[in-house]
Design a protein around this ligand. Structure first.
Ligand SMILES: NC(=O)C1=CN([C@@H]2O[C@H](COP(=O)(O)OP(=O)(O)OC[C@H]3O[C@@H](n4cnc5c(N)ncnc54)[C@H](O)[C@@H]3O)[C@@H](O)[C@H]2O)C=CC1
Ligand SMILES: O=C(O)[C@@H]1CCC=N1
Length: 270
């Protein structure tokens, strides 16, 4: 759709992720606030978006009718009802459906729609609210224009890559749940930082900015973590002593086990 002019994007489901996407989109200039519609059954918690010019609706069908692109952001157990409700309003020649729903495949979404609407799956994370999402995309029958447009959209909201749909569950764990894992690392660092002398606010800033810097070293330098770790670990020094103790206590192992348990949980629930 780089060559397809879109008039409106409708986000179905103004919850944690839907509102994060809306907030990110508002910062991009990709569209004007009045080109964005967001739905939710109870609009009270998202009235603040109306102040920013976004149109709020309780009717999903009305939102779909006014939009060209529909972002489905409801919980997996709401998908069947929502798609049954909006299917009559979704037109194959007009609409692109982008689903951010965990664990529901393109084939399942298409079967629920019972019509050949183009469907793209996207797995962003909540950092999309500040345009720092990692978003994995997959598709089956979308047009080149639709795919290019969707990549451009999510690249405005952080970084986007296209992956095989078979890896979507893995992308959910590493990229979307990964926000929570990273924040727990930061929280633990803060707890340690307080114990060695900092007040909570200062420890929070030091821990968060340090993680941001570490991440940027990898992203900008395109390096393996251990290359950067080698630069920090003085022989017989305090860094290696702490790192080795963390490993003795199961640091890497606990993360790897957590990631694989999260992954098995998605696979079990499908
Ligand atoms: N929260 C996250 O970090 C991520 C979530 N996801 C996926 O995104 C989807 C949404 O997740 P969250 O935003 O966390 O859930 P949420 O529960 O915060 O948001 C879902 C929203 O949909 C609304 N809703 C339910 N039925 C509706 C209906 N019939 N019409 C309109 N709105 C309706 C709910 O009121 C709620 O506000 C889920 O499928 C989740 O797996 C994907 C990546 C990251
Ligand atoms: O925990 C969950 O089910 C969702 C999937 C990605 C982030 N939250």
């Amino acid at each position: 759709m780089s060559s397809i002019a879109i008039s409106r994007i409708a986000i179905i489901g103004g919850g944690n992720l839907g509102t994060s996407i809306a907030e990110g989109l508002l910062q991009t200039g990709f569209l004007l606030p009045d080109q964005l519609i967001i739905t939710r059954r109870n609009l009270a918690p998202i009235r603040y978006l109306e102040q920013k010019g976004v149109q709020l609706l309780t009717s999903n069908s009305a939102a779909v009718q006014q939009a060209d692109v529909v972002i489905l952001a409801v919980k997996p157990y709401n998908v069947k009802d929502v798609l049954t409700e909006v299917a009559p309003a979704l037109l194959p020649e007009k609409h692109l459906l982008i689903s951010v729903v965990t664990g529901v495949t393109i084939d399942e979404l298409t079967a629920l729609l019972a019509k050949p609407v183009a469907v793209i799956r996207a797995m962003p994370n909540t950092a999309i609210a500040i345009r720092e999402s990692m978003t994995c995309l997959s598709f089956k029958k979308a047009t080149t224009e639709q795919i290019t447009w969707t990549e451009q959209l999510f690249n405005q909201l952080g970084k986007a890559i296209v992956i095989d749909e078979k890896l979507m569950d893995a992308a959910t764990i590493l990229g979307a749940c990964g926000i929570a894992y990273a924040l727990r690392f930061i929280r633990a660092s803060i707890q340690g930082g307080i114990e060695i002398g900092f007040d909570a606010r200062t420890a929070n800033l030091i821990a968060a900015q340090t993680v941001k810097g570490a991440a940027e070293l990898l992203i900008r330098g395109n390096r393996h973590p251990e290359e950067e770790i080698d630069k920090v670990t003085t022989p017989k020094g305090c860094t290696i002593a702490g790192l080795n103790e963390m490993e003795h206590q199961g640091f890497s192992s606990s993360l790897i086990k957590g990631i694989t348990v999260s992954y098995r949980k998605i696979a079990r629930d499908e």
